[in-house]
Design a protein. Sequence first.
Length: 391
Amino acid sequence: MADLSYLEWPFFEPRHRELAVALDAWAGAHAGAAHGPDVDAECRALVRALGRDGWLRHAVAGTAHGGMGEVIDTRAVCLIRETLARHSGLADFAFAMQGLGSGAISLHGTPAQRDRYLAPVAAGEAIAAFALSEPEAGSDVAAMACAARAEGDDYILDGEKTWISNGGIADFYVVFARTGEAPGARGITAFIVDADTPGLEIAERIEVIAPHPLARLRFDACRVPASRRLGAAGEGFKVAMRTLDVFRTSVAAAALGFARRALDEALARATTRRMFGGVLADFQLTQSKLARMATAIDSAALLTYRAAWQRDRGNRVTREAAMAKMTATENAQRVIDDAVQLFGGLGVVSGQPVERLYRDIRALRIYEGATEVQQLIIARELLRPAEDARA
């Protein structure tokens, strides 16, 4: 049983503690760390299992649409991601993408859009995806080239998206395209595009170091009804940022899950590995490393759950979420690297838990805003009062 003593922190309510304990038991039975060669099939199976047993209800908003509550509980989402990540990186991915892929519909969807898409997502019967990044527009969303033009009661989409998680297995994509109402980020609009829409194709499947479904999408005269537009024309950047704000803190929580598993593995190794008449844990160098690992985890956890708690209170958490995401992912990278070092040669053997964690953590320092972007966000928020005073 994992150490869940941090659930006694004042950020959490009794329902959060009950959720984490129950999910930890469920994940132990249903979410093994290892997975086979057919990652697509395993991801689909995990989505179905998470939906069947009610966990995906936390990823969508609106009880009428299968959600656990009328709004998404950020602390619950974070606890779910942390718990799943500690057991299985692919299970965490499956849960997270259901939330991120449908988040814009929860926040900005019309009643008809929410009726059509959210309940199947919550039940694990439909797989969602979030299509924002492009070959030349990742962190710089204003550089987006994928375009949509109005034609009668439809929009015609042309262009590409890449690094799209769930690409190739999703049933629908929330796609952001330039519609030109204003320059830069102010001229982007969001659309829901069903996977079987003519003109949408999977141009390439992308293999990465931590296997999960990923693809490049191509839109060629892809006709989308205007009724599938999300939010107002030209306000897609706001839709994207609001969606990312909900889930960015949960990236930090996933990093915590990876780091906690690495520390658990390191402790087990250090206390059982025989060396020079004792065990590895007898050496002060080992004890120093373990102490730094534990402290790095707790410091990241405090930032993560502060941000989640503040958001659930209705506060703006742009700075706090960026601090949490940056600190948790960077700290987890160091913690996992230390765990690999404590394992010695065994730590780099393919399939070992710490080797999988080493591959799992690397992407988290990049996606949903790389560490360098988080630094810019934090600095911008710190400087905002001075800029407002000069205005």
